[in-house]
Design a protein around this ligand. Structure first.
Ligand code: AMP
Length: 521
């Protein structure tokens, strides 16, 4: 089936309701006609400056701002590849990669245009100046002679859709993020499907537009709905916006769902407009989910997926009312095939047998950008290997039981302990380091670190936290950093993380609430 360019389809939908509000951000409100004109105007301006197929537009704009959304639609409409440059965080749009990593990304992707805004202008200039082949700067507005203003009122553009549409970065095992490329076809399929939706979405977006929420946003625009952008997650602000704008769709990281449940204003907020409360990204607590189903009714939708695969499985609102299903992540969504494979011999396993969760899906990545070595490890015979371990029951429900890699899912990102241990060991006064995950009673994972100072040296855990934030990102900073004179070792002479995890357990809940300055030593 021929699928029209996803942005052309969105423009078609916007043209049917020109005067209705399509996008809100703070006090700013854009009608459908204004949003469409901003997209085609920016697309025409980028094209007139020589960008198009083969061009790469990196977005360094406030994560959840209109510029991020309009920038993606505009660049994709003319066939350019969009690179989300701010961060690797799937839950927190305020999180930001270090500038050195951003320079690596723009160089690696051959970025031709760096789209920025007032808040990021200085950083954008620094990145451009550090690039091997400096990109052109662009912005919505007049920011000086070296920045092209791509504000347009409307433009005629020929839609183009070849190659990689969007590059999203995710954690790598060495501290260097990996770029995940997605083609135009998958984005088009989502929008084509959503155009048949009968209910118009009013969607509140608090997780980063750079990550998995983006296809749900496209599908909300395709429904003829309205998008409300928040620059970060704040439970009180979410409740207020739901009541004020009669929001019917939200998309949260699982711990954010708990924050909503715990918020004092929940009882006095009118959230009756909500129809779809999506959450996911990390293991959920069945007890908390039962409570959420009591409060919200049949509206919860759990999503299981990865940045590489996009959505894999979902637990429906009705399934949330059956307590025995709250330990599953639901069933494969219609266009996704799930197979459980033996991680060693790679053949498919029958229902009930535990193995690696593998998927085939029109939404999955084409591969890691310029990393065929990494791609060939996870994309095998058309199947994407997730690294998650689980099983399917005879009714097709998927259960997650473990992960193949030593990985901690925390603060909205995947953290490989070795990358944080290396960042700690780079401190001149640290002799040894061990990083491990500890789950609290809600199954929320926190990162703990133990550092052993060199003999005779004093180390301040706050300095170590700052070092990790500088080298990796603020989200890589452990919830707790403790100093010890030595590490307990296993019989094989490796740090005994099982023991460290057991010892850390009682401290988990309280430690995560502490600000950085109060890290324990
Ligand atoms: P990311 O690529 O950052 O989205 O992280 C993907 C990983 O998060 C998966 O491989 C799982 O380990 C975990 N994950 C995502 N969704 C869920 C879920 N609903 N329940 C449990 N773990 C999840």
């Amino acid at each position: 089936m021929q699928i029209d360019h996803y942005v052309s389809q969105l423009l078609d939908v916007l043209s049917t309701r020109p005067d209705e509000i399509a996008l809100r951000h703070g006090d700013e409100a854009l009608t459908s006609a204004e949003l469409a004109a901003a997209i085609t105007g920016a697309a025409a301006a980028l094209r007139d400056r020589g960008t198009g197929e083969g061009g790469v537009v990196a977005l360094l704009t406030v994560g959840n701002s209109p510029a991020t959304l309009i920038g993606r639609y505009a660049a994709n409409l003319i066939g350019a590849t969009v690179v989300h440059l701010r961060g690797i965080n799937a839950a927190d749009p305020l999180d930001e990669l270090p500038i050195a990593t951003q320079v690596e990304i723009v160089d690696d992707t051959g970025t031709t245009v760096l789209l920025t805004d007032a808040a990021n202008l200085d950083r954008a200039r620094k990145i451009r100046d550090a690039m091997a082949e400096p990109a052109a700067l662009a912005a919505f507005g007049d920011f000086g002679d070296d920045v092209a203003d791509i504000t347009g009122t409307a433009g005629e553009v020929e839609p183009r859709a070849e190659g990689t549409a969007v590059l999203t970065y995710t954690s790598g095992t060495t501290g260097r993020p990996k770029g995940i490329g997605r083609g135009f076809g998958g984005l088009g399929a989502v929008v084509t499907k959503a155009r048949h939706m009968t209910e118009r979405c009013t969607m509140l977006v608090t997780t980063p537009l750079s990550h998995s929420v983006s296809s749900t946003v496209d599908d909300a625009v395709a429904s003829g709905g309205m998008i409300v952008l928040h620059e970060g997650f704040d439970a009180g602000a979410v409740l207020e916006a739901v009541e004020r704008h009669r929001v019917n769709r939200v998309y949260l990281a699982t711990p954010q769902l708990y924050d909503l449940l715990d918020h004092p204003a929940l009882g006095t907020t009118d959230h009756s407009s909500l129809r779809e409360l999506y959450y996911g990204g990390s293991p959920a607590s069945p007890v908390r989910l039962s409570r959420a189903a009591e409060v919200f009714g049949a509206k919860l939708i759990q999503i299981y997926g990865t940045t590489e695969s996009w959505v894999i499985a979902a637990l429906s609102p009705e399934e949330h009312l059956k307590p025995e299903l709250l330990t599953t992540v639901g069933k494969a969504v219609p266009f996704v095939q799930v197979g459980i494979r033996d991680p060693h011999v790679r053949h498919e396993l029958p229902a009930g047998k535990t193995g690696e969760i593998c998927v085939r899906s029109p939404m999955m990545m084409d591969g890691y950008w310029k990393r065929p070595d990494l791609t060939s490890r996870v994309l095998i015979d058309g199947w994407l290997h997730t690294g998650d371990v689980g099983y399917l029951d005879e009714n097709g429900y998927l259960y997650l039981v473990d992960r193949l890699a030593d990985m901690i899912k925390t603060n909205g990102i995947k953290v490989y302990p070795a990358e944080v241990e290396n960042a700690l060991l780079a401190h001149p006064d640290v002799a040894q380091a061990a990083v491990f995950g500890v789950a609290d009673e809600d199954n929320v994972e926190y990162m703990h670190a133990i550092a052993v100072p060199r003999r005779g040296r004093d180390v301040d855990p706050a300095d170590l936290a700052a070092q990790v934030a500088r080298v990796l990102s603020p989200s890589h900073v452990p919830a707790e950093i403790r100093l010890r004179a030595e590490l307990p070792l296993t019989d094989a002479g490796k740090p005994d993380k099982l023991r460290l995890r057991e010892e850390a357990k009682p401290a988990t809940k309280s430690s995560h609430a502490k600000p950085e300055s109060e890290l324990t030593s």
